[in-house]
Design a protein around this ligand. Structure first.
Ligand code: GUN
Length: 323
């Protein structure tokens, strides 16, 4: 029986409906959450992602600013911009689109973002909060994958979850989120012994490796839930013919356009799994929805924090500064 398709577009629309109400409530208090997106160089995929993020802000009525910088920029110049954005009160979220050029110290740049404005959840402070189960801003792609699981009613407690891929951006935070939801989590990577055998134990498989169609149908236990985080653009005809041999509509699409998208999961898995996210239209739309959600959350939390510390020296229990 073909798997239930877990549409990210439908869940994104649901989240946008909720955010619209929240944004309207903030507007009544005179608050308009705002996102600053920093794009360095001319990576075509990054350009598309940043454009989509700015468009989502505009659709929801959030403030947005795009900074497009030359690929030759230095770490110091980028740090100066981040510092300026950290200080601006109309900027609630700061996003530095990755990858950054090789001469830029990406870790230093990500650490320079104020953790209160770190809507990507990449700052070590927010990662530490996630590890220790404290509230904070969580990376958008894994947070979006969790929204799909939760809102689709997939049972997580006690489930065997296998995360394939251990990146800082997806695999590691995904494993932590599943663990906090009381799943039993295994993280696999390129050195894992008998990867198909480990994946076969899973009630929930999260594929986040970045390799086209790597998770094969015979790796997946019948009825398992499969979350496909990968987005790979296939331009090689032989590879397209191999992956989509039994999918004539996709092959026709390839022949027409010269390219086709495939996830990290082989399309044949949809015949075996109980539920699966499509590519495109699965996790992708949720990444942007969670970025919007994090921006609204950052706007609220920053103001709550500012109000708490608004009257220096007069707060109950305040300790006078030493002369
Ligand atoms: N590059 C790939 N994924 C992401 C993401 O989620 N955020 C940012 N800023 N860059 C990325």
């Amino acid at each position: 029986m073909p798997a239930r398709i877990l549409s990210g577009n439908a869940i994104r629309d649901q989240i946008y409906g909720e955010l619209t109400q929240e944004i309207a409530a903030l507007a009544r208090e005179g608050i308009r959450p705002g996102l600053a997106a920093v794009l360095v160089g001319e990576n075509p995929a990054s350009q598309i992602y940043v454009r989509s993020k700015i468009a989502a802000c505009e659709q929801l009525g959030l403030g947005s600013w795009q900074y497009t910088l030359p690929a030759t920029i230095s770490t110091q110049e980028l740090l100066a911009l981040i510092e300026e954005l950290n200080l601006r009160n109309d900027v609630d979220g700061i996003l530095v689109q990755l990858p950054l050029p090789a001469q830029v110290n990406a870790k230093r740049v990500l650490e320079a973002v104020d953790p209160a404005k770190d809507v990507d959840g990449f700052h070590p402070v927010n990662l530490g909060r996630l590890v220790s189960g404290r509230p904070g801003l969580v990376a958008c792609t894994p947070a979006g994958a969790m929204e799909i699981l939760r809102r689709s009613g997939i049972a997580l407690e006690g489930a065997n979850a296998v995360v394939v891929g251990r990146s800082d951006i997806v695999g590691k935070p995904m494993a932590l989120l599943l663990m906090h939801a009381n799943a039993t989590v295994t993280i696999c990577h390129s050195k894992t012994r008998d990867l198909p055998g480990v994946v076969r134990q899973a009630d929930i498989v999260v594929a986040a490796i970045g390799r086209a169609a790597m998770v094969e149908p015979d790796w997946v236990r019948p009825g398992a839930t499969v979350i496909d985080v990968g987005i790979n653009r296939i331009t090689d005809a032989a590879e397209a013919e191999r992956i989509f041999a039994k999918f004539p509509a996709k092959l026709a699409q390839f022949r027409e356009k010269g390219a086709v998208l495939v996830g990290d999961v082989h399309p044949g898995v949809a015949e075996i799994a109980g539920a699966i996210t499509p590519v495109p239209g699965g996790v992708g739309p949720l990444t942007i929805a969670m970025l919007m959600s994090n921006t609204v959350k950052a706007a609220r939390l920053r103001r709550a924090h500012a109000a708490l510390f608004a009257s220096p020296g007069t707060a109950p229990g305040a300790v006078a500064a030493k002369p």
